[in-house]
Design a protein around this ligand. Sequence first.
Ligand SMILES: [Zn+2]
Length: 220
Amino acid sequence: MHRSPVVLRATNLQSQEDRSSVRIHFSALDFKLWTLGPPDIDRVRPPHCPCCGSVGHALDDRIQLVGHGVRRRSVRGVIVWGETPRSWSVFCRRYRCRGCRAVVVVAPRGLLSRRQYLASAIALALVLYGVDGLSHSRVRQAVNPDRHHGFDADGRWRTLTRWIDDVGRGLLGRLLRPPSGTPRRQVAATYARALSVRSLCHDAIIQVSAMDGAMMATCL
Ligand SMILES: [Zn+2]
């Protein structure tokens, strides 16, 4: 049975269907194109059904993965180093397999289940905090487009603390965890460098390569 390596089990991207019958397929189509509206239905149709392996669009023009509507997602963060953080709406495409009835949600790379932020924003936060030594407040300014705060009494941005812990639990794929007791800033630096190594942008500065490596996480 064919199983695409870019398929993960869906969590919050579906609503009414049985969760076990929904899969997510991450498309390599440029993220900015997703923000312009739903991509063309033929352009992002998965090559195979991730459940039963049926060919999405066969050579004899038989379509096994048929369009099943779109789903809007709000996401935020930064996708290009140096740009101002912002929010976007993206329209994920849905397909239903005629063979096994599974629903396949096609989403842009970098979208994370149950997260408002793109993977690239989380990676940038790890670099800025762990490698560049910025404060929680400065990190938040760099990745969060909103004015609302979310700081603890001691000035820590709770989201950043949570991200570091969640990355250790596999949020951006499997990364080597530093020994317990390692200061959180050092932990963030370790994860940032690990994401950077994953990138194909070998000559880029770590801000760029870590963001790129994080966006690839959903394809692992
Ligand atoms: Zn199928």
